[in-house]
Design a binder for this molecule. Structure first.
Ligand code: GZL
Length: 334
């Protein structure tokens, strides 16, 4: 075993040197991150493909994973795909080439994973899907999922809006939806859950829905245009806090008061959104928990031991309302 470990460490070092030199040669423009935690005492090596750093939520999610790998003494090969599925597939292929013990990844979009998952399966490497879900013809291509329940988040958003406007009668309630990355399971789930929640209330109308790709800049850009195109907007349903902060900026530029001229529901619960809730600029903040690192490492250890894991594991999340006493709420850390 000791000799094997020495061989693997040497191979790992060579692999990383080759990977880094390949990266420098072929993609010097791309800030590729291959973080390698300390050499593990337990010998488990996890290859993790993260989608990028598009929001405070994502950065906290990455931090949680890197910290938990260190604490668990799991060797982490980490790749930042910079919002490109093809970069995720390349990274997963390099993890397979190195023969990591487990692969975990955040699927930036729900489809297009079957081939690389089949390659991992053929190589005998279990795959853990995290944060976002995939659509696949063969559910046996991955070991399990841990992450958010995006449809429930959508239903929670709908319920808040139904309650908020319950006293309004004899006129439609006009809602704008600013959604997340097109084709991502969370954007699809948040949209589906929201519509499920409004199902029996036709007077609640989604008059416009558009993707802001979870980016603050796009939230600002879309809202700036929408405020010119639409009158009498009652509420905005934004799929993440980053876009909401852009929406707030756009409203202030037009002398509109977010949270009172137009009701705002947002998802993630990053610190900036909680502060906006305290200021009355948003009315409901739905938590999406980024701190999945420890649970991912526990599942990784099980998979490395050849044990099975739960098929679907949703993380605990809560909802914060404008009427809540937030004085004792701990800082969010993201
Ligand atoms: C949700 C996660 C989303 C966040 C966004 O699980 O995938 O991606 O809501 C992030 O902030 O960009």
């Amino acid at each position: 075993m000791k000799n094997n470990n020495h061989i693997r460490r040497t191979t790992l070092l060579c692999f990383i040197l080759v990977l880094l030199s390949f990266t420098l040669l072929t993609q010097c423009k791309r800030e590729k991150e291959v973080l390698v935690a300390d050499t593990p005492r337990n010998g488990i090596i996890l290859g993790f493909s993260q989608i990028g750093a598009e929001s405070s939520w994502r950065k906290r999610n990455t931090q949680s994973i890197v910290e938990a790998a260190e604490e668990s003494h799991i060797q982490l090969l980490f790749d930042n795909a910079e919002q490109k599925q093809e970069n995720q597939i390349k990274a997963m292929r390099s993890f397979i080439a190195y023969q990591v013990d487990v692969i975990a990844f955040v699927p930036i979009v729900a489809t297009g994973w079957d081939n690389i998952l089949q390659e991992a399966k053929d190589a005998g490497i279990p795959v853990l899907v995290t944060d976002r879900k995939i659509e696949t013809a063969n559910e046996n291509l991955y070991a399990g999922f841990i992450g958010t329940d995006s449809e429930r988040e959508g239903r929670d958003a709908a319920q808040f809006i139904l309650d908020k406007f319950s006293q309004i009668e004899n006129r439609p309630i006009r809602i704008i939806e600013i959604s997340g990355t097109e084709g991502s399971s969370v954007a699809l789930g948040r949209a589906a859950g929201f519509r499920q929640g409004l199902d029996d209330h036709p007077e609640f109308e989604i008059i416009h829905s558009e993707s802001g790709d979870f980016l603050r800049s796009k939230g600002y850009e879309i809202m700036s245009r929408i405020l010119k195109e639409f009158d009498d907007i009652d509420a905005i349903y934004s799929h993440n806090d980053g876009m909401t902060l852009g929406i707030i900026d756009a409203m202030y530029e037009r002398d509109l008061q977010p949270g009172s001229d137009i009701v705002i529901v947002t998802i993630d619960a990053e610190q900036a959104a909680i502060e906006a809730l305290r200021r009355g600029e948003v009315n409901c903040v739905i938590e999406c928990n980024p701190n999945t690192g420890p649970a991912i490492m526990e599942l990784t250890k099980k998979l490395a031991r050849g044990e099975s894991i739960p098929r679907f594991q949703h993380v605990d999340e809560e909802v914060f309302y404008e009427t809540d006493d937030l004085s004792s709420l701990e800082p969010r850390g993201y």
